[in-house]
Write a protein that binds this ligand. Sequence first.
Ligand code: ZN
Length: 561
Amino acid sequence: MSYQALYRVWRPQQFADVIGQTAITQTLQNALTTGQTSHAYLFCGPRGTGKTSVAKILAKALNCRHLDHGEPDNTCDLCEAINNGSLTDVIEIDAASNNGVDEIRDIRDKAKYAPTVAKVKVYIIDEVHMLSTGAFNALLKTLEEPPAHVVFILATTEPQKIPATIISRTQRFDFRRITAQDIVGRMTVILEDKGITYDEQALLVIAKAAEGGMRDALSILDQVLSFGQNHVTVENALDVTGGVAAAQLGTYLTQIGAHDPAAALTTIEQLLAGGKDAARLIEDLIEYLRDLLVFQQAPSLVNDTQSALRDDHFQTLAQTFTAQALYHMIGVLNETQSQLRLTNHPTLYLEVATVRLGEQPTASTAAPAPAAVPAEAEAVTALQAQVQALQETVAKLQTGAPVAAVKPKPKAAKHPHVNKQQLYPILGAATKADLTAVKDIWPDLLNMLSVTKRAMMRISEPVAASPAGVIVSFAYDILVERAMKDAALMTELESGLERLMGDKKTIVLVQQDEWPKVRKTYLSEMGAPKKTQPKAPTEAPVVKAITDMFGDEDNITIKND
Ligand SMILES: [Zn+2]
């Protein structure tokens, strides 16, 4: 006997078997019992939520010779004929393949005739949104004057693509995504019937991956069963769904909580080496953190099956992180998620996020990070200075006094670390040859660093070099500051550079967005003395200077890993 897919074998045969759509099945049963059925139904909802199954049960119920409380008996000749697909009065059409006007015209012509055997002729049109405009018009004509013995059941995943004129002539039912608990419940029944044992967590992994679709869940279960026939394991479920073991996520977050980004990076490397992709990993982490938040706020909301998925770390982590820290971490990961959409280097961003998370004051036991205070105070001072300057300007405007340009004091500058004294000497002696030489050895230099430092430096890029110094641009300003203050890192970089290049060079970091401005300012200041020369030729030396120093690449790109 050939293997039959679970979702076919376990397709519900009665309304009572339909999972997670009680409101709909109840309404239909009531209508059937009281004889108030409609001529046209529209079943909307995500894939695998039971639309076609309910359509078939409804077709049986409309025809069954022994209807009981709105349920078909599945034993009379008509029910059996519908079940084995031999009843010509129940017609299933897949609009995705039969979308021509002719097919619908054909329905129109044939619908006029009374059913041959059945009581009611039922047309089930699946994926009805795929019909052409002409076909919709033809269908509308039939729906406007429906023959007494015909019922149309239209099913679609995309109701917004169906003309309003059609929708208004149907009774609409919206099928909901099936909850993970309901899906787990159904799988439990199936596995117990088959005498197959399972890990509860494995079923939850499958249910979550199916995202509310029973058919998808059962297809995944089919695949998992093909791995090992006798027992459904978490590992197999994770392999099929591409998910990440909760235990490893828990380990990772524990390392983050312990401010040990190096260990966390190792965990990430293991997960990635195991074939997980960065985007999915971030998604799983966000979900884990959300569960922690929910658990903190209302433990009862995290139901048993859900918390069963979570590992030994879960409860401890719920105590380790404050809600604020969790929100912050979710924020960092959300940000990373949007960056991933724009990059070909997802791993890189995941690593940077790890460093950021690991160095945040996340633990509830930790006192407010002392480092954060001076930075905040500095920002507040800067803002106060700006506000004061603005107030003075406003006051002068009101009195009609002449207004000088408001220039924030140097302290108020957004990026206090743009250090002309360090940058200009390097720019003054920069050559393209020096830059090329530094770029050549840069990957080797990074390989000499420890895992955390390497992760941080991988978003860096040498942008200018002289015989005595290198300017390195950095993607995140938060990391520029951290890296510059990290004396160990700077020493390690400079000594590595010396070892690789044979001579000592100073490294100066600059934030990526600041770099073009720094360069522009430098070039205009450098060009300033030339004002005495005729205007026209001044352009050329500046342009030439740019190409000499930096090559033709104007844009700084994140280094390819
Ligand atoms: Zn029957």
